[in-house]
Write a protein that binds this ligand. Structure first.
Ligand code: HEM
Length: 479
């Protein structure tokens, strides 16, 4: 027994000496099995979740090691290190999600795959979402969804729950962008099954009847049936159209992927199953992020009347111009509202809806004198960068004016502003998200005044409002 314990100690000591020599970051791996997870989760439940990182950063430096959710992990709060990890030259870093997420994502999900197929898929989707044709069409679609929802608020005598309302708006837009499903039976079933599916993303990875993971996997099977039917129908229609009048411009992501489809055996082609799975998985990053950004914008503006006043003035001016010229709004009209864009950037900086990304190193990598050994996970903390005094003065203050001198940086992402990630996996929904937020804020501040009830932001496991942000609205025209 003594020999075994001695041997284990010797091995551990040698490993730790080797790691220290080549520069594995300092840090504490905490307790056996749980590591430092309890402190990590406890900080997540406070109003300052980044305190977990700040405490260790002051002890060990900007990059440190710890042990979270069953994994030894290197946490980076250094913008340069994050940039290298995100750029991922040589495909060294692969996404590393917790087990429950991996179980729910398909093997070929864009969120999990690496290398050429991910790059190809990313380029196809990003190219479509950035295209002028798409932007002009989706502007009208988003306006319609926002108007429909906001008009219904007039009839509400009671409280409006912003988080719930914005979820309805953005889900409708998302399924339109992905597969052109309009309000109706399919939309309702998709919403119901998707909600059941994502409940399992953060849960114990135990799969047998009755468990959360099991129920979510069943919901995914039902989703695969609905989306699979839509993709098959569209494939047939695409083939017929091709024969009649050649290929037409794609109207949604299913179209884009179908134009690159083939048999499952074909090396370059994307099969119907592949497209179906990926369309469902693309709903994950798009579904909760935009409504949360909308909700938090309303929250921050409620707490900052000066910014709300300035936002309203800018948007009222545009509304007046449009009424006088009887013109439609374009994507550029919304993007040209400079203060509105500042409000959106500031919201994204403070909200940290995606607080960082997890990767795993496929080989030893040295960045800025720090070694990330093969097989280790690395967490690039975006929150730490966004809430760092070195990058933003008074980081806990909602100050949209701070972006006046950083306008281009905000729109394009910089190493100290990465709400949409960066490098190879920079969010392809970036422009669409900014458009949805701009339209929502424009219609909201030019139609209503509101008073919000007391509510709190919860940061764990994902960012949410404790009470879904209840507000009482008064129509501006009736004031
Ligand atoms: C405020 C809203 C949003 C935020 C903050 C956000 C944030 C992010 C971040 C940080 C990543 C990088 C993940 C990584 O590196 O592993 C990402 C990836 C992604 N996002 Fe978004 N996102 C938003 C909206 C959307 C929307 C509306 C869509 C869909 C239309 C979307 C689709 C995607 C996809 C498909 C990826 C994966 C890209 C890849 O791995 O190649 N996102 N998003």
């Amino acid at each position: 027994m003594g020999i075994v314990v001695g041997w284990c100690w010797y091995k551990k000591e040698m490993k730790s000496r080797k790691e220290n020599k080549v520069g594995v970051p300092k840090g504490n791996l905490g307790w056996p099995l749980v590591g430092e997870t309890i402190d990590f989760i406890a900080c997540g439940y406070t109003s300052k979740p980044v305190s977990f990182m700040e405490k260790r950063r002051s002890l060990y430096g900007k990059v440190f090691k710890t042990h979270l959710l069953g994994t030894p992990i290197i946490v980076s709060t250094d913008a340069d290190v994050n940039k290298v990890v995100l750029q991922n030259h040589g495909n060294t870093f692969i996404p590393a999600y917790p087990k429950s997420i991996r179980e729910l994502l398909g093997e070929h999900s864009i969120l999990q795959i690496n290398g050429n197929l991910q790059k190809r898929l990313h380029a196809l989707i990003g190219g479509f979402l950035r295209s002028p044709q798409f932007k002009s069409r989706i502007t009208t679609d988003v306006e319609n969804s926002v108007n429909l929802s906001l008009c219904s608020w007039k009839k509400h005598k009671h409280l409006i729950y912003v988080q719930r309302e914005t979820q309805k708006i953005t889900f409708e837009v998302l399924v339109k962008v992905l597969m052109s499903v309009c309000p109706g039976e399919d939309l309702n079933s998709l919403k119901r099954e998707f909600e059941e599916f994502i409940k399992g993303l953060i849960c114990l990875p135990i799969n047998f009847p009755g468990t959360r993971l099991y129920k979510s996997l069943k919901a995914k099977e039902r989703l695969l049936k609905i989306v699979g039917r839509i993709v098959k129908e569209r494939k047939l229609a695409t083939l017929e159209n091709k024969q009649e009048d050649g290929a037409r411009a794609p109207k949604d992501v299913v179209d884009v992927l179908l134009q690159h489809s083939g048999d499952s055996n074909e090396a370059q082609g994307l099969s119907v199953d592949f497209i179906t799975g990926n369309v469902i998985e693309m709903m994950i990053p798009g579904e909760e992020t935009v409504p949360m950004a909308m909700t938090l914008a309303v929250k921050y503006l409620s707490d900052c009347p000066v910014a709300l006043q300035k936002l309203r003035e800018e948007n009222m001016e545009l509304k007046k111009q449009k009424i006088e010229s009887c013109g439609n709004y374009s994507w550029i009209d919304y993007m040209s509202l400079s203060f509105t864009q500042n409000v959106i950037s500031e919201t994204l900086r403070m909200a940290n809806i995606i607080n960082g990304v997890w990767r795993k190193a496929l080989k030893d990598v040295e960045i800025k004198g720090v070694l990330i050994p093969k097989e280790w996970c690395v967490l690039t903390s975006f929150t730490s960068i966004h809430m760092d005094e070195e990058n933003y003065s008074n980081p806990y203050e909602f100050d949209p004016w701070r972006w006046n001198c950083k306008a281009g940086i905000a729109a394009n992402n910089s190493i100290s502003f990465t709400p949409f990630g960066g490098g190879q996996r920079l969010c392809p929904g970036l422009d669409l998200s900014r458009l949805e937020l701009s339209i929502f804020l424009h219609r909201l501040v030019t139609t209503y005044r509101w008073v919000s009830e007391k509510d709190e932001i919860v940061h764990f496991p994902t960012v949410k409002m404790k009470r879904k942000l209840p507000i009482r609205v008064t129509s501006i025209s009736s004031l």
